[in-house]
Design a protein around this ligand. Structure first.
Ligand code: ZN
Length: 86
């Protein structure tokens, strides 16, 4: 179903394929309206990752951050221990 707007153009549900994983997406007319009017964003940035991919990506980034924090903490502690030993 199209959603008519005060601007006079009509949004239609838009089907596309996500670039990251090739799964099918459907961009609802009302979401397009929100995107267009509130964010003025580009369609391009929507069609890259589906919800599942975005969640995976976020988890991957958080895990990487956690590991790197742990790594630098370990390094700091080792340095402190070496300083004590001297
Ligand atoms: Zn995906």
């Amino acid at each position: 179903m199209g959603v008519p707007t005060w601007r006079g153009h009509v949004y239609l549900d838009f089907r596309f394929t996500y670039r990251a994983c090739g799964s099918q997406g459907c961009w609802k007319a009302k979401d397009q309206m929100w995107w267009d009017e509130e964010i003025a964003g580009e369609m391009e940035s929507i069609a890259v990752m589906c919800r599942a991919c975005r969640r995976n990506e976020r988890e991957r980034v958080e895990e990487a951050r956690r590991v790197s924090l742990e790594g630098s903490e370990k390094k700091r502690r080792r340095r402190a221990e070496q300083a004590d030993a001297r």
